[in-house]
Design a protein around this ligand. Structure first.
Ligand code: TMP
Length: 209
């Protein structure tokens, strides 16, 4: 692939949107053509699947149906959006990707890791992000932050215990893949978080130096 694929992950309320905006500014400053997307979502079909997954309408899927819907959305997103952009040399910044599936459906819901890995291979082949920023935050703090926004989605409404498992999952992923993942303390002062992310990007992606 000619373009770079960067993903941002982490706790609810950890500041993904703010830091994605910062990353976009950095790429724009460097004259790098890029595309911002999100998961679940990113195509018309995947956005409809997002609604099925996140709307708190009482139709909540079973854990396995949730996993399969996430990968159905991801397959559409990859084929119609992410892969063509990367092939043309655009950089793609994605708000969540498959690490979220390992964290939420694997660590959070307890679905078998092997099943997620199999779907990952079927859906993505060898494609993995070049760099993943994981914003780490105590779920009690994160949920308090998003609680103020109102209208929590179906997954955000899960128990604190579920969100603690998700957090542990993200920390484990970051430890297992230190070349790809940067774990950032999202409880720090926002300016400090932004500076740490910027330094990590510049250090790991030579095009940004
Ligand atoms: P957000 O991206 O707006 O934070 O919300 C997406 C929600 O979907 C969030 O609660 C995490 C959840 N999610 C999963 O459970 N598994 C996944 O693979 C992805 C991409 C998201």
């Amino acid at each position: 692939m000619k373009g770079r694929f960067i993903t941002i992950e982490g706790a609810e309320g950890a500041g993904k949107s703010t830091n994605i905006a910062l990353l976009e500014r950095l790429l724009t400053e460097r004259g790098i053509d890029h595309l911002r997307s999100r998961e679940p979502g990113g195509t018309a079909l995947a956005e409809r699947i997002r609604s099925l997954l996140l709307d708190d309408d009482g139709l909540g899927p079973s854990a396995l149906a949730e996993l399969l819907l996430i990968f159905a959305a991801r397959a559409d997103h990859l084929e119609k959006c992410i892969v063509p952009a990367l092939e043309q040399g655009q950089w793609v910044i994605c708000d969540r990707f498959t690490d979220a599936t390992f964290a939420y459906q694997g660590y959070g819901r307890g679905l078998p890791r092997a099943a997620i890995e199999a779907l990952q291979t079927i859906t993505q082949g060898q494609l993995r992000p070049d760099l993943t920023i994981i914003l780490d935050l105590d779920p009690a703090v994160g949920l308090q932050r998003i609680g103020g926004r109102g209208g929590l989605d179906r997954i955000e409404r899960e128990s604190i215990d579920f969100h603690a498992k998700v957090r542990n999952g993200y920390v484990a992923i970051a430890k297992a893949e230190p070349e790809r993942c940067v774990l950032i303390d999202a409880a720090a002062d926002p300016a400090q978080v932004a500076a740490t992310i910027r330094a990590a990007l510049v250090e790991r992606l030579p095009e940004l130096q």
